[in-house]
Design a binder for this molecule. Sequence first.
Ligand code: ATP
Ligand code: MG
Length: 277
Amino acid sequence: MTNMAGLPLRDEAEGETTGLAHNVVTGTIDTSHGTILYVEDVSVSFDGFKALNQLSLTLNAGELRCVIGPNGAGKTTMMDVITGKTRPDGGSVFLGQTVDLTRLNEYEIARIGIGRKFQRPTVFENHTVFENLELAMHADKGVWSSLFHKLSSLQREKIHRMLAQIRLTECVDTLAGLLSHGQKQWLEIGMLLMQDPQVLLLDEPVAGMTDEETERTAELFLSLAGKHTLVVVEHDMEFVASIARTVTVLHEGRVLAEGTMDQVKNDARVIEVYLGR
Ligand SMILES: Nc1ncnc2c1ncn2[C@@H]1O[C@H](COP(=O)(O)OP(=O)(O)OP(=O)(O)O)[C@@H](O)[C@H]1O
Ligand SMILES: [Mg+2]
């Protein structure tokens, strides 16, 4: 795109452009108002059924937000919209003040700093724990070029710090396929973190974990809050209670209640549709 003088337009000159001529520049998320994610009046319909019905919520930079609600409430669909997997029928989704996520595709949204953890772990089973983190650090290169790429000492340090954080130092040379379910989940979270995401979306991260693994995951999430913004969807209420700051309750595609764990636990509407059952 050029202007009348044949010079590139500002957008193109300053950053990478997408097919929509929208700037995708990492590290420029404007959180000057303290808010990192705005979801406003978002609706999604599947064959006339409203999975999200004018959903609105905002997240502050660095917060740890838990999202709960009955099956079919729209929790996963909300994550699908934020990550560009599902396009909303209406409404807006902004990262910071300026980045309109509804104009970006999944790949661009991941690159700009929103990481997502699906329920099932997806690690490279035939590679070691170390290699998995290494591959994640060079996610935009191919598998072969990143495995033969010599690591700098800084990169090596970063991997070792991550191993300690996700408690897998002892398993550094273990093939990922041999890890327990919980360890695979931590490894995948570590792989997401290697990309330094601003926002991390975690869908039912402790499902299938042992009690001890669940407790360790709570510690991990608490240690990540502040450095990253975390959105945790979970049905395990004991786990939610152990990490919760603000809890958002979704029901029928919209926010039913929001507050501290105690506030939502004692909310008559929440008890009726979810916690009381
Ligand atoms: N691709 C799709 N096509 C049709 N219907 C869908 C699709 N994805 C979700 N739905 C429907 O939208 C509603 C919301 O689903 P969603 O998966 O977001 O719920 P959820 O809150 O994540 O539930 P759960 O706690 O069971 O994971 C459900 O009724 C679901 O059947
Ligand atoms: Mg779900």
